[in-house]
Design a protein around this ligand. Structure first.
Ligand code: GLC
Length: 431
């Protein structure tokens, strides 16, 4: 059974391979996505190390002159996806964009961590050395262009930048903004491919498109977007992933003897550790998102709240309360870890980031828990993910109450994390 699933996972990755880069799943997401590619590399690394590095090299081909690595790379146009390159209208290469059209925002910077883990596995320091400066420039972009004036925390300017697209966290920023009356008529494609009750609403989409229009109207000047854009929130997901990635980048710099980079990265880590407290919400007992301009805080526990372990952030008290929340949530669901608190308003077990379990989040949350001695909970998260795949297949995400697969099938990061993490073969390798 599991041997079959290993082979099926390899087949999913091969089928989604478009010649050196992987699409998350055919039709619904027909391009290369940023953090998807990073996780996908972990899967390829289990059977084709060269192909794993290639995935990351191709992702970095999309890097802009300012250092940003966009969330989607539109290598070739696909009319089946909205919003495509003609909506984003990002700068050409000559004007500071990447080698081909892309989205105008970024995504959670898990890449440095993945590069570090790949080197630990296969020792390929030459491939890592070729990527190092590019990853440094991306982190520098996050720590400068994405920090609003007068603040010390990295912002997010679009829910899609967080990778947690329609999480209820973003309602605070969305309700503070207006829909631009000039966004025009547009046709969504996502709801042609999957059940609309699993996808974001029409009003949310109008606001997403308004944010894109703002970027386009300002020639994708990232400092204007970060300071004056319609949506400026702080996401514990991006914050903790970046802090962990800074730590892994420092370890990588040491491995590569890049002493010239040490002090700059150390400074980012110091700032990241200090900024962690700004996310603390003592009423909830968790690190939660907030609106940088109004200071209004989200009062729901999301799976991003649980990433404090991964970042090695927070005090013992803060981590203890986070764990209490996780145990309470565990008693409410069949499968850990739902993306939104089942006791909070707006929990919907099959609507995307309002409840479903996400494989890549489970993986990094569990990694952090293991590093903090919480082995039992970490193992629950791994086993729950394994059962979800065995029961339902390689879905994008899963209903935490029933285990049903949600949204896209034959999904790359699910296949990759099965291979790299959940497959029983990993126990055999470790034994
Ligand atoms: C959705 C997810 C995002 C992911 C993308 C491609 O937009 O919310 O995290 O990167 O799909 O899989």
């Amino acid at each position: 059974m599991s041997r079959d699933l290993d082979q099926q996972a390899i087949d999913v990755l091969r089928q989604n391979d478009r010649g050196g880069f992987t699409v998350p799943t055919a039709r619904l997401y027909p391009y290369q996505w940023n953090w998807d590619s990073a996780f996908v590399a972990l899967g390829f690394a289990t059977f084709d190390s060269d192909r794993a590095w290639r995935e990351l090299e191709l992702l970095l081909e999309g890097q802009w002159a300012n250092g940003m690595v966009p969330h989607i790379l539109f290598r070739r146009n696909d009319p089946d996806y909205f919003p495509g390159p003609s909506v984003w209208q990002t700068p050409s290469h000559a004007d500071g964009g990447g080698l081909f059209p892309s989205g105008g925002i970024s995504q959670p910077p898990v890449l440095a961590s993945i590069v570090h883990w790949l080197v630990q596995q296969d020792g390929n320091i030459q491939r890592a050395a070729r990527l190092f400066d590019k990853v440094m420039r991306w982190h520098r972009w996050y720590h400068t262009d994405r920090v609003p004036n007068g603040h010390s925390v990295v912002a997010t300017v679009h829910p899609w930048e967080t990778g947690r697209d329609n999480c209820p966290d973003w309602e605070i920023g969305l309700s503070a903004m207006e829909i631009d009356p000039d966004i025009g008529v547009y046709e969504r494609k996502d709801t042609d491919h999957v059940d609309p009750t699993m996808r974001p609403s029409k009003e949310q989409y109008d606001k997403y498109v308004t944010m894109i229009k703002f970027g386009r109207d300002h020639d994708w000047d990232q400092t204007i977007i970060t300071n004056d854009g319609p949506f400026v929130m702080a996401d514990p997901g991006i914050h903790f992933i970046l802090l962990r990635a800074d730590r892994d980048l420092l370890a990588l710099a040491k491995r590569l003897d890049r002493a010239d980079a040490y002090s700059e990265i150390e400074n980012w880590i110091e700032l990241g550790v200090a900024a962690s407290d700004t996310f603390w919400n003592d009423d909830v007992g968790a690190f939660t998102a907030y609106d940088i301009r109004s200071g209004k805080r989200s009062d729901g526990f999301s799976n991003a709240s649980a990433l404090c372990f991964f970042a090695d952030a927070g005090s013992e008290y803060q981590r203890g309360r986070t764990l209490e929340n996780m145990r309470r949530i565990q008693s409410k669901v069949r499968f850990m870890m739902p993306s939104w608190d089942p006791d909070a308003p707006m929990f919907e077990p099959q609507r995307y980031w309002c409840g479903p379990v996400w494989p890549q989040m489970n993986h990094i949350i569990a990694k952090g828990l293991n590093e903090h001695g919480e082995h039992q909970l970490a193992e629950t998260m791994r086993m729950d993910f394994a059962v979800l795949v065995e029961q339902s297949g390689f879905y994008e995400c899963f209903n935490p109450l029933t285990g049903d697969g949600c949204i896209g099938a034959h999904f790359s990061w699910t296949a990759a994390l099965w291979l790299a993490w959940a497959s029983p073969r990993n126990n055999a390798v470790a034994a």
